[in-house]
Design a protein around this ligand. Structure first.
Ligand code: FPP
Length: 238
């Protein structure tokens, strides 16, 4: 497919799977895979934006990931902490706006502080809109939204009759972010694993075999080619 035939999705969501297997293939510890995976996040942000993608959302840590060995959780949190700190500089350099989705109340005080600082520092940037899901679960997000909405109804701030899809979306972590057009899950797994359950209702899915640390520009172009070849019908006819 010629580059000028590509239909560029406005919003791409990625489940970055396969860090552990990538490390194992190289006979290295799993955490090495996460470190390389984390480096790849920055590269893909730049490549995606240059291709014309406006929104990118990645699944960095799920509400279910807490059952992993403590050592791996600690390493992932350390990586995320470092990422959040260094992103203050890189987001300025790349004009990128960063938002964190998920239940951040359960994260360490240091990480919470870094999140607030990064979101504040990057909020007026007009380049790539980058969402990082940390302690995120789709069901958890929907429950938190339902609870917040119920509180507003109870406090007479909201009428039950006002609640429609557009209204409900304002209670989601992704408020103001358009739904993903394309979801990519690397490593050949074909599951949603509780990612963006509401937002992925009409999204095209793409499941390449490549492991996340090896997902590069060539792979992103293949994903966009796949997307370009699909006709989206949103429940209607062609
Ligand atoms: C899945 O691979 C990956 C994760 C659970 C973590 C994703 C995190 C990163 C890429 C690094 C930090 C992110 C940012 C935004 C800096 P896996 O461990 O389940 O791999 P496996 O299925 O091969 O074992």
């Amino acid at each position: 497919m010629q580059e000028n035939e590509l239909i560029i999705p406005k919003h791409v969501a990625i489940i970055m799977d396969g860090n552990g297997r990538w490390a194992k293939k190289k006979m290295m510890p799993r955490n090495y895979g996460h470190t390389q995976g984390s480096k790849n996040v920055e590269k893909i942000c730049e490549i995606a934006y240059k291709m014309g993608i406006q929104y990118l959302t990645v699944y960095a840590f799920s509400t279910e990931n807490w059952v992993r060995p403590k050592e791996e959780i600690d390493a992932l949190m350390k990586l995320l902490g470092t990422y959040l700190e260094t992103s203050i500089k890189t987001s300025t350099k790349n004009n990128m706006r960063v938002r964190i989705i998920g239940d951040t109340s359960k994260l360490s005080e240091d990480i919470k502080k870094s999140i607030v600082a990064l979101e504040e520092a990057s909020k007026n940037n007009t380049g790539l809109n980058f969402q990082v899901a940390i302690n995120y679960g789709g069901r958890d997000e929907l429950l938190r939204a339902a609870k917040a909405l119920a509180m507003d109804v109870k406090a007479n701030i909201t009428e039950i009759d006002d609640i429609d899809e557009t209204f409900f979306e304002k209670y989601l972590d992704t408020k103001g972010v358009p739904d993903p057009d394309l979801l990519i899950r690397t490593s050949g797994e074909q599951r949603l694993s509780n990612f963006l359950l509401w937002q992925l209702a009409y999204t095209e899915f793409y499941f390449p075999e490549v492991l996340w640390p090896d997902f590069d520009k060539k792979e992103l172009i293949k994903a966009v080619e796949y997307y370009s070849s699909r006709t989206r019908k949103f429940g209607g006819l062609e």
